[in-house]
Design a protein around this ligand. Structure first.
Ligand code: ZN
Length: 60
């Protein structure tokens, strides 16, 4: 009586990306000039999740 039980893998939960907190955008400080004077901020695409807002899942 061997029970065939499929190996249970931990459910992959798409958690929000850390750097952008799930928004897919990250604030980028805008600097100009030689002194790199900060003139403001703009939003840029998050390079960690490429704008999806979901943390990249490590593939084994
Ligand atoms: Zn992100």
């Amino acid at each position: 009586m061997a029970r065939t039980k499929p190996p249970t893998r931990p459910a992959i939960v798409s958690r929000p990306c850390t750097p952008c907190k799930g928004s897919g955008e990250v604030p980028i400080t805008v600097r100009v000039g030689r002194k790199h004077r900060v003139v403001g901020k703009q939003t840029g695409i998050c390079l960690a999740c490429f704008g999806t807002g979901k943390a990249p899942i490590d593939k084994e």
